[in-house]
Design a protein around this ligand. Structure first.
Ligand code: CAO
Length: 416
């Protein structure tokens, strides 16, 4: 049985942050009812379209396993339908701009009055404070959460990362908040408000950088490459390029074919315990006992030389050969995989992390399946719903409307 079977989620989310959260809940078995504006729906349905007149991959890849209901929540009949939905559901999730739910007439106070056991979960750009009214997108959160100032190279500008830590990262945080609130509701019987601010989520993911900010007071950050290169530290955690961020120095190194392949690189960590194996693999056996290289501390000022020698070796191997040679030697390395390679990777298909899905408008498309595997609640990926695909089903079987009432709702313009 699916872990969240029986839980009904009223899903008011759009774009990426909120939909990531409700998609996870749906994969774990919740009945997620995506409420969309009649006519247009979630704006991502028509953003970055690659197949004419078909829901975009942007939308389809973020809205699996959900049902779609079109409802104009500013229409009087639409509001009545929404009230019924709030009574029937366990969780309401939204990521509108601040104040939108209140303007709709469904702020937290109203929700509590309609259904005291409902959990209301929101993504906002910022928590309470000077920026709480701001609209926020992914890269704004990456910047305001400290990720951009600490990403990139020391001689370059702040850089955002391709991983959607602001949107999908916040969706993950919110999903945890929701299941925690559901757990607490079992003993209290009451709902509660759950908030995940995008800035807070990014800060949480940048925890080690705030660690380093405080360590600066005690002296230079010795594991950063700039220390070995004699570049002074300023007042803030600097950008660390591809340094590993932990106590074990690591870098991205060229592999065979790097001249023509932008991803012919490997990540290579000079873990202290693996030092003798690293030395023998790269043909520098004398470094094992040489006091100039033998200890992590001695190597800190020679990282360019050390990684230069390792790179001379990795450049003679493909990134996969480096992996094959280093893994049995317990040397932590990782090939830089392109999205093409990930899409084609057999083992990811076998685990359901990358899956093919059939869609009536698009045909077959590739998507990312549930990244968390529960042994007793395996997730089946079901294609995203068409706009309003489940209108009748939800209004009749969940809300119990008769045919005549359904007609009145249709005539009111609430759902079309
Ligand atoms: N029926 C009637 N009205 C609806 C509706 C429906 N089914 N669904 C949405 N609306 C209305 C809302 O009520 C709102 O109306 P008002 O502004 O008149 O109150 C309006 O649509 C637009 O909502 P919005 O302000 O949230 O949308 P936007 O495109 O202007 O902003 C975004 C988008 C993402 C910047 C904003 O929603 C936001 O900051 N969200 C919080 C942070 C977040 O999640 N960001 C991540 C987005 S992914 O990168």
């Amino acid at each position: 049985m699916e872990a969240l079977k029986g839980i009904k989620v009223l899903d008011f989310t759009h774009v990426q942050s909120g939909p990531t959260c409700t998609q996870l809940l749906a994969w774990f078995g919740a009945d997620v009812i995506k409420v969309e504006r009649p006519g247009s729906g979630d704006p991502t349905r028509s953003q970055l379209m690659d197949v004419p007149n078909a829901d975009s991959l942007y939308f389809t890849m973020l809205n699996h396993n959900k049902r779609s209901l079109t409802l104009n929540t500013k229409n009087e009949t639409g509001k009545q339908v929404l009230e019924q939905l709030i009574k029937k559901c366990d969780v309401l999730v939204e990521n509108f701009a601040p104040g939108a739910m209140e303007r709709m007439g469904f702020g937290w106070e109203q929700i509590q009055q309609i259904n005291p056991s409902m959990i209301m979960a929101s993504v906002k750009g910022f928590g309470p404070g000077p920026y709480e009214d701001c609209k926020v997108y992914e890269n704004v959160a990456q910047c305001a959460g400290g990720a951009a100032s600490t990403t990139g190279f020391i001689d370059g500008p702040p850089t955002v990362t391709g991983a959607q830590i602001g949107d999908s990262g916040t969706g993950l945080h919110l999903a945890l908040g929701i299941v925690t609130a559901l757990f607490q509701r079992q003993s209290t019987g009451k709902g509660q408000r759950v908030l995940a601010a995008m800035q807070d989520s990014v800060i949480n993911l940048c925890r080690v950088k705030l660690r380093d900010q405080q360590r600066l007071a005690a002296g230079p950050l010795e594991e950063y490459s700039q220390h070995g290169e004699g570049i002074k530290f300023g007042e803030t955690t600097p950008r660390a390029g591809n340094d590993s961020g932990g106590g074990q120095p690591g870098r991205i190194l060229k592999c065979k074919g790097w001249e023509n392949d932008p991803n012919a690189y490997t990540y290579f960590i000079t873990q202290a315990a693996a030092w003798p194996n690293i030395c023998s693999a790269i043909g520098k056996a004398s470094w094992v006992d040489d006091p100039e290289y033998a200890t992590p501390k001695a190597r800190l000022t020679k990282l360019n030389e050390v990684f230069g020698a390792i790179e001379d070796w990795t450049m003679t191997k493909t990134k996969f050969e480096v992996m094959q040679i280093c893994n049995p030697l317990d040397i932590p390395v990782g090939p830089i995989l392109s999205m093409k390679e990930i899409a084609e990777e057999k083992s990811l298909r076998e685990t359901g992390t990358i899956v093919e899905v059939e869609h009536p408008e698009r045909g077959t498309y590739l998507t990312v399946g549930c990244p968390v595997k529960l042994s007793a609640s395996p997730a089946q990926v079901v294609r995203s719903p068409l706009l309003g695909e489940h209108n009748e089903e939800i209004l009749k079987s969940l809300l119990g409307y008769e045919d005549s009432e359904l007609e009145d709702i249709l005539n009111s313009g609430a759902i079309s």
